[in-house]
Design a protein around this ligand. Structure first.
Ligand SMILES: *Cc1c(COP(=O)(O)O)cnc(C)c1O
Length: 400
């Protein structure tokens, strides 16, 4: 049976090229970068080389603007808590974000609300896009930071980051973006796009799990999240994850080197799959089709419960997701699909498939053969579907 891994937005396979670059730092170069002797200094050089190359790849002014962390969640927490706690004493107590951010942002906002901060959660409309004018209208005297993700992890929509950056700059408000899903797929230039803080992680781009970074523009003052030793210019304590940092740099470089060609290939496969799946009666694609990550397909099929579809897909060798790895196992419908205005019944029935450069046209053909059969079979067994067909119950507004 064909095996298709279609959950690359949850995590990716470590690239063998990346692994090879990481290997020496597990075994030979195991020194602590804070030590003065040879293997310590060799390790330190590896970290600083990675920092310099990543800074260049993000369009940063200086390597000192890159801080290595344990991943996207830590970077998101640090960006918001570090800035808000620093700016609190200047009377800044307002945060602007969107309703469909990753939980690393939303739950951090909830925690900050308990500490007395006020949060505006912007709408993302039915196309899954934040409107820059909504950001502008929400900015207040006391706004500390705007945090809008670059690309959404469930529906893959790509936000107008440069426009939002320009607005924040004009109003002298700090702008953070969670670029975890966008890195390696979208062009990032922190200066051109007026990004003050940016989160990234290695494991979504064929790098290792447990390593990420926070870019912080020079001059932006941020409180520490993790206290301890003097690592990362006294801003983020803890002995450096040397192999992870080397892997993050290698994975990002590889992703950038192959980006244009890979995106073109993936866009074709994505569009073929979406067009094919839309042939299923009463189906819909979630999120804008144009401003969309090249590897993201997210669909709903009316009358189908997401989890049952996933189980059948698994039996057919296809690893997909109902949205986000973080919420699977919970019975709540996706907050992202609710944010784009879907009713609960439909938000429960979503399926996300996210691909990578190893995905083939044959894989897509196989999915196109398999999904319609499963959907038909599940609908044939469903009393709900019977009601929908009889017109007793319908969400026709949402389903084409
Ligand atoms: C995966 C993900 C994160 C969390 O990153 P980790 O490295 O797993 O902590 C944050 N934001 C987005 C958009 C993600 O997709």
């Amino acid at each position: 049976m064909r095996e298709i891994y279609a959950d690359n937005a949850a995590t990716t396979k470590l690239s063998p090229v990346v692994l090879e670059k990481m290997m020496p730092y597990f075994t030979e170069v195991y020194g602590n970068p804070s030590s003065l002797y040879g293997i310590g200094q060799t390790a330190k050089k590896a970290v600083e080389d990675a920092r310099e190359n990543i800074a260049k790849n993000l369009g940063a002014k200086s390597p000192s603007e890159i801080y290595f962390t344990s991943g996207g969640s830590e970077s998101d927490n640090w960006a918001l808590k570090g800035i808000c706690n620093r700016l609190k004493s200047r009377g800044k107590k307002h945060i602007i974000t969107s309703k469909f951010e990753h939980h690393a942002i939303l739950h951090t906002c909830k925690a900050l609300e308990k500490d007395g901060f006020e949060v505006t959660y912007l709408d993302v409309y039915d196309d899954g896009l934040v409107r820059p004018e909504d950001v502008e209208n929400a900015i207040r005297e006391d706004t500390a930071i705007v945090s809008i993700m670059y690309a959404n992890n469930e529906i893959g929509t790509i936000q107008p980051i440069a426009e939002i950056g320009a607005i924040c700059k004009a109003h002298k408000v700090l702008f953070h973006t969670d670029a975890v899903q966008a890195a390696g797929y979208c062009k990032i230039d922190v200066q051109e796009q007026n990004i003050d803080l940016l989160s990234m992680t290695a494991h979504k781009i064929h790098g290792p799990k447990g390593t990420g970074l926070l870019y912080v523009r020079k001059g932006v003052l941020i409180d520490n999240l993790i206290e301890g030793g003097a690592q990362e210019r006294n801003k983020r304590a803890g002995t450096e994850n040397i192999a992870g940092i080397v892997g993050l740099d290698a994975a990002f470089q590889l992703a950038l080197d192959t980006m244009d060609e890979r995106n073109a290939k993936l866009e074709k496969l994505r569009d073929k799959l979406i067009d094919g799946l839309l042939e299923i009666p009463r189906s819909r694609v979630n999120g804008d089709r144009v401003h969309r990550l090249p590897n993201n397909v997210n669909m709903c099929f009316e009358g189908i419960e997401g989890e049952s579809l996933l189980l059948r897909l698994e039996m057919a060798g296809i690893s997909a997701s109902s949205g986000s790895a973080c919420t699977s196992g919970s019975l709540d419908p996706s907050h992202v699909l609710l944010a784009i205005g879907l009713p609960h019944e439909i938000a429960h029935g979503s399926t996300r498939m996210t691909f990578d450069e190893t995905t083939t046209e044959e894989d897509i053909d196989y999915i196109l053969e398999t999904v319609p059969k499963i959907v038909k079979m599940l609908r044939d067994m469903s009393p709900l579907w019977e009601q929908i067909v009889k017109g007793e119950k319908s969400d026709a507004k949402f389903i084409g």
